[in-house]
Design a protein around this ligand. Structure first.
Ligand code: GTP
Ligand code: MG
Length: 407
């Protein structure tokens, strides 16, 4: 019997290895905060172009501030385990005066992925090719100002932290001295505690954790917010050793040096030690909470920017209608008139929920259309550039041939 279980476990492992683990990481940060450089450093390859120029449509009325750009990279660890890493970059974030629209774009995207799962779960016949697009972790890059969190940082974490695992990061840590970095970390953690911001703080069940994992989680908590240094360049130290680093007049800094930043700890956390924890927390806690609220009618709170969040726990406050339906179910002797009004409430809440969902889908569709338009324009421009190059080469070849016949 044991051998069958072992064999099936081995088979499952082999299957998983072949298929790869799917992990979706969103990277949010103001323009120029180092998002692209971080992604390239994390993946050890040029995944994102650092000098991305965002093509905006010429019609300014359709201008959108924030885009969500997805890249997929396949990474393989030392044991041959493959990770399908989906990276969602957020160019244009923080560029507008009012960031709440940007927050809505991001939270709509995250909710849309949850809705897709809800829909898939309710289907009689499941789609075997269904792709789980839920965001498992959102890295929020904070500029190294040395002043703790800005109002917009507080708002972002407060709004998104109840929907997704938010990990705050101090980017470009090389621009702070060790003492400044220490102070900045302290100020940020004080702000997080003061405003009860719901960040991913390596949660665990006391009864269900090994001493080793407990020590790891405590150590990671003590490093929060992680600091990172990124680079797009690889240097030879002279003896054939290659390092990804940053070169200064006084020397070269290795971005993987754990004494100057927490980059290596963050990479290990995301891709090795907490990859499954982040996925499990997304599924078992964040999605489950969303699902319960959506099904109990509480999702009527999920209007654009109108959603209230319990800052004590970071949990979304259930809507009045959600409470009504839960109470009706809990009560032992149910008064039929109350039940009717409860049902009515739930029915109305569901209608409202569907209406809001339709609105959100429409907005989502419009954004996809706009992105398509931009991508098309980009493509047209690239085609034109290619044609120009071909023309130039043709001209040069003709000129050379003419010169040849003259000689
Ligand atoms: N000193 C320092 N500079 C960095 C670091 N990471 C990135 N940079 C530099 O910061 C600039 C912006 O970096 P990007 O990675 O393009 O930033 P981004 O957030 O992707 O920018 P946009 O896509 O334009 O919004 C570049 O000149 C990078 O070389 C870092 O860790 N330290
Ligand atoms: Mg970029």
């Amino acid at each position: 019997m044991a051998s069958i279980i072992e064999a099936s476990a081995a088979l499952r492992k082999r299957k998983n290895l072949k298929r790869g683990i799917n992990f979706t990481l969103m990277v949010v940060g103001e323009s120029g905060s180092g998002r692209s450089t971080f992604v390239n450093t994390l993946c050890g390859q040029q995944v994102v172009d650092v000098s991305t120029t965002i093509m905006l449509p010429t019609d300014t009325s359709t201008q959108i501030d924030l885009q969500l750009r997805e890249e997929t990279v396949e990474l393989e660890d030392d044991e041959g385990v493959k990770i399908q890493l989906n990276i969602i970059d957020t160019p244009g974030f923080g560029d507008s005066l009012d960031n709440s629209q940007n927050f809505n774009v991001i939270s709509d995207y995250i909710r849309h992925q949850y809705d897709e799962i809800l829909l898939e779960e309710s289907r009689v016949r499941r789609n075997p090719r269904f792709k789980d697009g839920r965001v498992h972790c959102c890295l929020y890059l904070i500029n190294p100002t040395g002043h703790g969190l800005k109002e917009t940082d507080v708002e972002f974490i407060k709004t998104l932290g109840a929907l997704v695992n938010v990990i705050p990061i101090i980017s470009k840590a090389d621009s702070l001295t060790p003492a400044e970095l220490k102070l900045n970390k302290k100020l940020i953690m004080e702000d997080i505690e003061y405003y009860h911001l719901p960040i991913y703080n390596f949660p665990f069940e006391e009864s269900d954790i090994s001493d080793e994992d407990y020590a790891t989680n405590m150590r990671l908590r003590s490093l929060m917010p992680f600091s990172i240094i990124g680079s797009n360049e690889v240097y030879d130290l002279g003896d054939g050793t290659l390092i990804r680093g940053r070169q200064y007049p006084w020397g070269t800094l290795d971005v993987e040096d754990p004494t100057v930043s927490d980059f290596v700890h963050l990479r290990n956390t995301l891709l090795i030690s907490h990859l499954h924890d982040l996925k499990d927390y997304t599924h078992e806690i964040l999605y489950e909470r969303y699902r319960t609220e959506a099904l109990s009618g509480g999702a009527s709170n999920y209007g654009h920017g109108s959603r209230s969040i319990n800052t004590e726990t970071g949990a979304p406050s259930p809507g009045a209608s959600g409470k009504a339906s839960l109470h009706a179910a809990d009560s032992e002797s149910i008064d039929s008139s109350k039940l009717q009004s409860g049902n009515q409430d739930t029915y109305l809440a569901r209608e409202e929920q569907i209406r809001l969902e339709e609105e959100r889908l429409k907005a989502f569709e419009e954004r996809v259309q706009q992105e398509l338009l931009m991508k098309r324009q980009e493509l047209l421009q690239r085609e034109q550039e290619l044609r120009d190059i071909e023309e130039r080469i043709e001209k040069e070849t003709r000129l050379k041939a003419e010169m040849g016949t003259l000689e």
